[in-house]
Design a protein around this ligand. Structure first.
Ligand code: GAL
Length: 829
């Protein structure tokens, strides 16, 4: 057989192979991403696999799908997968293949943001810290050592996906991959080398031949064939750098992350929906919520500094995987409507009509039908426009959608879906004592030089520790003779550190600690000390609370004690200073002794757990208690009120760092939140003056029904006596829906036990609304359908969820003169 005929046979083979595997061809043009030649509206949400557990994934993906998403997006976390160079880990919640297959199982598309720099409020932005220690390396720039490591990891991930046939080009769910992350925001700091690097990233990625498009977010010089995409709270004004690229939005921030010492940010459903509707109004075809499910920063994965363990993000699915209502429902209504208009949006002719005063109509016409968006971007002015001879009032900061250009089916400022509040309930575990029985053991502080190795200078903490622990001991000795000029004087130990926490010990005595205040990570620690004649041990224990994850050269930010470290003797007007920084021998030890011994596993070994004289408010104590799992399926949290700062484990799984003693800043919260006007992370905060995080998620899959071990490492000192396990359940469900709407009412995982209020007509008042001032109750108005309450009771009580057509047919005549009637209902969960 000649070579051309063998080529033909091979092609036929490949073709038939791909036909059997249902491979999709993914292409793009200026109007969108095309799957097998057909443009799609892609509505996506970020769900990061390691921020939940494999047992949670199917439910999270199901709820995303029910919420009208057709795509799930995740980053890939290099540090998790390659914690030591060339030692890989894809087990448990690091099982990326299992996660992508879970997306596939529900028929959703996937976007794989490989990075491998990801930011993501993840420690060191997702880079493994060993990378930093490679000779001659410079991260995120034109450096061959770095590029070779980046290429090795990226290729490994791509090959792993290919091997499992997970790219759409192979019949899998992955339709798009991302290389790098927001490099355009920092590129200038890397000068020409930055441009060379981004060009190299593009070539390297393209050569991996995934058969699906590559994106680069926030990269307005993205080289072909990369598609540059937008991130932010609003991206309707974005245009990609290439006229043939679709308008894509990789991060629509659904809320914001939280810091230790910070309050809880919220972004309203109305504003988020407004940003999405405007984006699709103005030609967008791919939009991704960052985050759709934020989840939990287990272990020491939280970045920062000072990112909390909870990464709830005020996302449509809350940290525990419950629907954050009304956000989830209000967006679902929007998604379903947009998807129903897919053809018009992606193929229709587009006409924009400017009504002045920040008001536009956009009309999509396709096959003789038209769909309209009316957008009003005024922050405080409702506008009435006349379209087709009819007046339409568009509330300030909203978009109305009229799929037939005549009836308003959706307005981003008018929420019809249910509101839910969540309550925490004490564990109903049988035989659970009112308070846990604690045992304890002390952490053995490392006072003794020379530690593990020595250096004659102060070293950067992450360089030494390589992210194996939060802790690093810096130890030195000072010899004092009686002719030393500082002998007999009042002495102060002074240490300059770049964070985040410093404990000092002199001759084995803990003389105090200090932590950086949020945002001020550089600080000076000073305490008066006493030295003895002869040898004195100075032991400094530095703790990091998440490595920096963002900014130009973020990887080079110094962490830990950089000095000077001085002993200052007061001597009238001229202090005498003994500088220990670089002229002393420093001994180092990474990690706590208890970490080396894996005390967090809570094993009973050596009977070293004591039950008497339980220490309270003493630093460096390990606590242990056993407990039964709260029955049922509601998410479980542990309330760590009373503790200081440390880390918690359940059955050997780290729940993450805890720090309930860090009170969220008192300013910046307000009881009101106006959805109108541009959102920023400080706009609508709650929880000022309370612990920035009090409750910690304990995934059900960490628990057995009885005899679970909780271990705490308490660094500052606290009292564990009020620690309790609780479940998180929906408190009530309220809705205020317009006539014509189909209201889904549910208690999220439990049956609706009663209907406290229902009125169909012109009900007044509010219920369950966050930020609402005044009383949170519905009241009946001037007209109402006589039997609405009993009809709804019949439809809903005892059910997990019920669906109510808000109409006179179902609820009876309301006898109202008003055009639009509403149903107000409050369910008891
Ligand atoms: C973006 C970044 C994300 C995340 C986000 C804030 O700049 O790409 O990874 O850090 O900010 O949550």
């Amino acid at each position: 057989m000649g070579s051309s005929s063998s080529f033909l046979v091979l092609s036929l083979f490949v073709l038939s192979f791909c036909l059997t595997c249902n491979a999709d061809q993914i292409t793009s043009d200026a109007r969108g991403i095309m799957i097998n030649g057909e443009r799609k509206i892609l509505i996506s949400g970020s769900v990061h696999y390691p921020r939940s557990t494999p047992e949670m994934w199917p439910d999270l993906i199901q709820k995303s799908k029910d919420g009208g998403l057709n795509t799930i997006d995740t980053y890939v976390f290099w540090d998790l997968h390659e914690p030591k160079r060339r030692q890989y880990d894809f087990t448990g919640n690091k099982d990326l293949v299992r996660f992508i297959k879970a997306i596939q199982a529900q028929g959703l598309y996937a976007v794989l943001r490989i990075g491998p720099y990801v930011c993501a409020e993840w420690t060191y932005g997702g880079f493994p810290v060993w990378l930093h220690n490679q000779p001659s390396i410079q991260l995120r720039t034109n450096n061959t050592v770095y590029m070779s490591e980046m290429q090795t990891f990226t290729t490994m991930i791509v090959d792993m996906m290919k091997k499992e046939q997970l790219f759409a080009s192979q019949g899998g769910p992955i339709i798009i991959s991302q290389i790098e992350n927001e490099y355009g925001n920092v590129m200038r700091a890397y000068h020409d080398a930055g441009v060379q690097y981004i060009n190299w990233c593009a070539q390297m990625a393209a050569a991996l031949d995934t058969g699906v498009p590559w994106i680069m977010c926030q990269q307005d010089n993205a080289p072909q064939p990369m598609i540059n995409t937008c991130n932010g709270y609003y991206c309707d004004q974005f245009t990609p750098n290439n006229p043939n690229s679709p308008k894509m939005w990789t991060e629509n921030w659904s809320g914001w992350y939280k810091n230790w010492g910070g309050s809880d940010p919220h972004r309203t459903a109305e504003d988020l929906a407004f940003s999405v509707a405007r984006f699709y109004q103005l030609g967008g075809t791919f939009q991704n919520y960052y985050m759709y499910h934020g989840g939990t920063n287990f272990g020491r994965t939280a970045g920062g500094p000072y990112i909390t363990t909870s990464y709830d993000y005020d996302a449509p699915l809350n940290e525990y995987g419950n629907k954050n209502q009304p956000k989830w429902g209000h967006l679902r209504d929007l998604h379903l409507l947009l998807l129903s208009m897919e053809k018009a949006l992606t193929y229709g002719d587009v006409k924009n009509v400017d009504y002045g005063t920040l008001t536009w109509a956009t009309i999509y016409s396709y096959q003789g039908k038209s769909s309209c968006f009316f957008g009003n971007s005024n922050a405080d002015r409702d506008v009435t426009i006349n379209y087709g001879g009819v007046n339409y009032t568009i509330p300030a900061w909203s978009v109305s959608i009229l799929p037939d250009c005549s009836n308003e089916v959706y307005n981003t400022a008018k929420v019809n879906s249910q509101y839910s509040t969540f309550v925490k309930k004490g564990s109903e575990a049988e035989n659970e004592p009112n308070s846990l029985q604690w045992t304890w053991r002390g952490e053995t502080i490392q006072y003794i030089t020379p530690g593990r190795f020595t250096a004659s200078e102060l070293l950067d903490q992450k360089t030494v520790v390589e992210d194996t622990s939060d802790y690093l001991y810096y130890m030195t000795t000072v010899d004092i003779s009686n002719d030393d000029p500082i002998w007999g004087k009042d002495l102060t130990l002074s240490v300059n550190t770049s964070g985040h926490i410093l404990h000092a010990f002199v001759n084995g005595e803990h003389i105090g600690y200090q932590y950086a205040l949020l945002g001020q990570f550089e600080f000076q620690f000073q305490r008066s000390i006493t030295l003895q004649l002869g040898k004195n041990e100075i032991t400094l224990l530095s703790a990091t609370v998440g490595l920096t994850n963002y900014g130009p050269d973020f990887d080079m930010v110094n962490q830990g004690i950089h000095g000077p470290v001085q002993i200052i003797a007061s001597n009238g007007s001229a202090d005498i200073i003994k500088d220990l920084s670089n002229n002393n021998q420093w001994a180092y030890k990474a990690g706590l002794n208890g970490e080396d011994k894996k005390i967090f596993l809570g094993r009973a070994r050596y009977n070293q757990w004591k039950s008497d004289n339980l220490p309270v408010n003493r630093s460096f104590v390990w606590y242990k208690a056993t407990f039964d799992a709260p029955p049922g399926e509601d998410p479980v949290v542990v309330d760590l009120m009373g503790l200081g700062k440390g880390e918690a484990w359940v059955n050997g799984h780290s729940l993450g760092r805890y720090w309930p003693s860090y009170i969220a800043r008192g300013e910046g919260c307000s009881p009101e939140c106006d959805y109108r006007g541009p959102y920023k992370a400080e706009k609508c905060n709650t929880n000022c003056g309370n612990p920035s995080q009090r409750w910690y998620h304990v995934p059900r899959s960490f628990l057995a029904s009885t005899d679970n071990r909780l271990v705490l490492f308490e660094e500052f000192g606290g009292n564990p006596s009020s620690v309790t396990f609780q479940t998180v359940t929906v408190g009530n469900a309220c809705a205020n829906a317009r006539e014509g709407y189909t209201l889904e009412l549910s208690c999220q995982g439990r049956a609706i036990s009663g209907i406290k209020f229902a009125s169909f007509g012109d009900p007044q008042g509010t219920c369950g609304k966050p930020f609402a001032t005044g009383s949170q109750v519905f009241e009946k108005g001037t007209c109402e359908a006589a039997d609405a309450l009993s009809i709804i009771q019949k439809l809903c009580v005892g059910k997990y969820s019920c669906s109510i057509d808000v109409s006179e047919q179902i609820l009876g005549p309301a006898g109202c003169t008003a055009d639009t009637k509403r149903l107000a209902v409050e369910a008891i969960c």
